[in-house]
Write a protein that binds this ligand. Structure first.
Ligand code: FES
Length: 110
């Protein structure tokens, strides 16, 4: 379902069993994360060697690549440190009537 630039990609109830969901949108793999009541959506594949960021550790608002420990800000997608400092796509998220929506126009890398 699409509303303006937002697309419904999940339901809040899907995050009861685990705190993330991987989706594909416009041929990109995106991970939706539910952390401390907040939703985040970023590209799932690390720009260095394509490791799945969904399997990485999270410290505060930073996701850490499981392969070579590049760090990315979950709020902006900005590459903070690591072997490849490229940013990752970061998407605005809203919750409406139990649905999790991401702004498909907010994917620009910062
Ligand atoms: S694959 Fe992520 S830092 Fe190398």
């Amino acid at each position: 379902m699409v509303d303006g630039g937002f697309a419904r990609v999940a339901f809040v109830s899907e995050f009861e069993a685990r705190n993330y969901k991987i989706i594909e949108l416009a041929r990109k793999e995106i991970v939706i994360l539910h952390l401390d009541g907040q939703f985040y959506a970023v590209d799932n594949l690390c720009p260095h060697r394509q490791a799945p960021l969904s399997t990485g550790a999270i410290e505060n608002d930073v996701i850490i690549c499981p392969w070579h420990e590049a760090r990315f800000d979950l709020k902006t997608g900005k590459g903070l440190e690591g072997p490849h400092r490229a940013d990752i796509g970061c998407y605005r998220v809203k919750v409406v009537d139990g649905g999790v929506w991401i702004d498909t126009n907010s994917h620009e890398k910062s």
